[in-house]
Design a binder for this molecule. Structure first.
Ligand code: ADP
Ligand code: MG
Length: 566
């Protein structure tokens, strides 16, 4: 069975298309939740735990826990977790495995084929890294789908209207995505996509954290651990400001109480610059699609961070209409991924709704340019081959002339971006073309770029005079793994000890107690200590019934404590 996965920076979800109701259906995880935090932690016994346990432990065990690693997909960054070192795709593969375990439990068989959503603005390397994560998790088939396209798909099956233009704005934890989509006679076409890979809810949290920190008597700037704790509090306060006009509370950090008071309008004032940045990709997408804001039938909001009232206000003002939120912004992308999985596995349905997507950024190569007089050579120039917002799949070629005589090899640097200079664009790979025969004096180099529906780029370089051809998918570059390395790493990851799902609830309750203990002082701590001892004792008894009873009581107490806190 094929399912859809929203592998988010903050939260991940899975869904499948339910044939009987003809609707996407979310798959609950082992806790019965739909959202699985994209977080990994190493427990004291060296085993790994994924999801909401890890999210709790981010506060109490920051050095053994990692979150937001999706931001580093496609980079070389390595994360140290206890005795382990992981890359971002490896951490993502652990999240995927956990989601697949839960899907297997729910559906009765393990899905081996999936649609995974990625931000439209994800680069080639980031997409490759996502595919690597899928391979490392044991998946056989993976199709990537742009997140806003997924959101549009979810809306398109909900809304029976035949003709409409919609703009999807997805503000998640770490990324902002924009897509303009037209539905015409039931067929969807993506007109333009764009976004900002470094703009998300976390940036709002960061601003709030700095603001809170300025008001504190003790400064944590030097102390990374305390600063991280402050960030966790800031995120909570940010969410509370979505509900309330003013927050005033005391938080405990490093065993000391700190009073905090902030109003929603103060917070919104801080966000001005971020809101300005949001406008850039929106205006660009509209320009590329040759549409005006008032031509949009719907403005669809996606992503947890669009819950902030200021986002609705800003977007409403830009488009002259209230944004549409018919499907929960947290789950809409997973819904769309499930729709796509149905369309792919059921060809008949797919034909009804063929969907064209676009390449959201310009792809090209580095060249040097000679001035007209021939005296001056400008280096580091970006020569576009596939321009942004062209429908995909697409294949384009351009001919270039080497500036100097090529003898044994020719280097070709590949970039994505919109600047005239490669230094301001993103380097995505290099191709070295070996030369077998002596090239002609006026050698022509033909470069063909082919960009497929998953957003993966294939480059073909031909030396016209010799006929030498080199073709490659840009995946074996600097930080990508070879097939053999993936196989090796797959085995290593498969051998890691993962905390058993049967005791997931117990582990979660323990982690939650530890987190609340850290956040409290005085009497509450004494009370929690007793609870922790009681829980340890009943766990040792291995009496399932007794464990459940004690656990339920503790959960009720913890809910109360968490509520008092807010
Ligand atoms: P991703 O797609 O990156 O996994 P999500 O769509 O789950 O992200 O959104 C996560 C972001 O949304 C986080 O930055 C979180 O703080 C923010 N968020 C979630 N709920 C709220 C809320 N009620 N108010 C403000 N921000 C929220
Ligand atoms: Mg998302």
């Amino acid at each position: 069975m094929m399912i859809g996965i929203d592998l988010g920076t903050t939260n991940s979800l899975t869904a499948f298309f339910d044939k009987s109701s003809q609707k996407p259906q979310l798959i609950p995880n082992r806790y019965g939740d739909y959202l699985t935090p994209s977080a990994v932690t190493v427990l004291e016994d060296g085993s790994l735990a994924i999801g909401k346990v890890a999210k709790e432990r981010k506060f109490s065990h920051p050095d053994r826990t990692v979150t937001s690693f999706k931001r580093y997909m496609g980079s070389n960054k390595s994360f140290k977790l206890g005795a382990h070192n992981f890359t971002a795709p490896e951490l993502s593969s652990l999240v995927l495995k956990s989601l697949l375990d839960d899907a297997q439990e729910f559906l009765g068989s393990r899905p081996t084929e999936v649609v995974i959503t990625v931000p439209a603005y994800f680069s080639d390397l980031q997409r490759q890294a996502t595919k690597t994560a899928a391979q490392l998790s044991g998946l056989k088939q993976v199709r990537l789908l742009n997140e806003p396209t997924a959101a549009a798909l979810a809306y398109s099956i909900q809304d029976k209207e035949e003709e409409l233009k919609l703009i999807v704005l997805d503000l998640g934890g770490g990324t902002f995505d924009v897509s303009i989509i037209e539905k015409f006679e039931g067929v969807m076409e993506i007109h333009a996509s764009g976004g900002d890979n470094f703009l998300g809810g976390e940036d709002f949290t960061e601003l709030l954290k700095d603001k809170i920190s300025q008001g504190l008597s003790t400064k944590f700037w030097q102390d990374k651990e305390k600063d991280n704790k402050l960030a966790t509090h800031a995120e909570r306060i940010k969410k509370q400001l979505t509900q309330k006009d003013h927050i005033s509370q005391s938080i405990v950090i490093g065993g000391k109480e700190h009073d905090i008071s902030i109003s929603r309008s103060e917070f919104e004032e801080l966000c001005r610059e971020l809101l300005e940045r949001m406008r850039v990709p929106i205006l660009r997408a509209l320009r590329d699609a040759k549409l005006n804001p008032n031509e949009m039938n719907y403005v669809v909001l996606v992503g947890g961070a669009t819950r902030m009232p200021i986002i609705k206000k800003t977007v409403g003002a830009m488009f002259g209409q209230f944004p549409l939120i018919k499907i929960d912004p947290d789950t809409v992308v997973a819904h769309g991924a499930a729709v796509q999985s149905m369309l792919l596995s059921d060809n008949r349905g797919y034909e009804d709704r063929i969907l064209t997507d676009v390449c959201p950024y310009t792809l090209g190569v580095e060249i040097a340019e000679q001035s007209n007089s021939g005296h001056h050579v400008d280096v580091g120039i970006f020569a576009p081959i596939i321009e942004r917002n062209q429908p995909i799949p697409i294949s384009r070629e351009e001919d270039f002339r080497p500036t100097s005589k090529v003898s044994t090899k020719l280097d070709l640097n590949i970039y994505q971006g919109e600047s005239r200079y490669v230094k301001d664009n993103v380097f995505i790979g290099k191709i070295v073309v070996p030369i077998s025969k002596k090239p002609a004096d006026d050698e022509q180099v033909r470069v063909r770029f082919t960009y497929d529906v998953s957003g993966i780029l294939e480059v073909e370089v031909t030396l016209v005079s010799t006929g030498d051809v080199i073709r490659k998918v840009l995946q074996k570059e600097n930080n990508s793994l070879s097939d053999e390395e993936i196989r090796q790493r797959f085995i290593e990851l498969a051998n890691l000890k993962i905390h058993p799902r049967e005791s997931a609830e117990n582990l979660f309750v323990s982690s939650r107690m530890e987190r609340i203990y850290e956040e409290s002082l005085g009497d509450v701590r004494i009370y929690l200590s007793q609870m922790m001892t009681q829980f340890r004792q009943v766990l040792d008894s291995q009496d399932a019934k007794a464990i459940q009873m004690v656990r339920e009581n503790i959960v009720a107490e913890l809910d109360q404590l968490d509520q008092d806190y807010f």
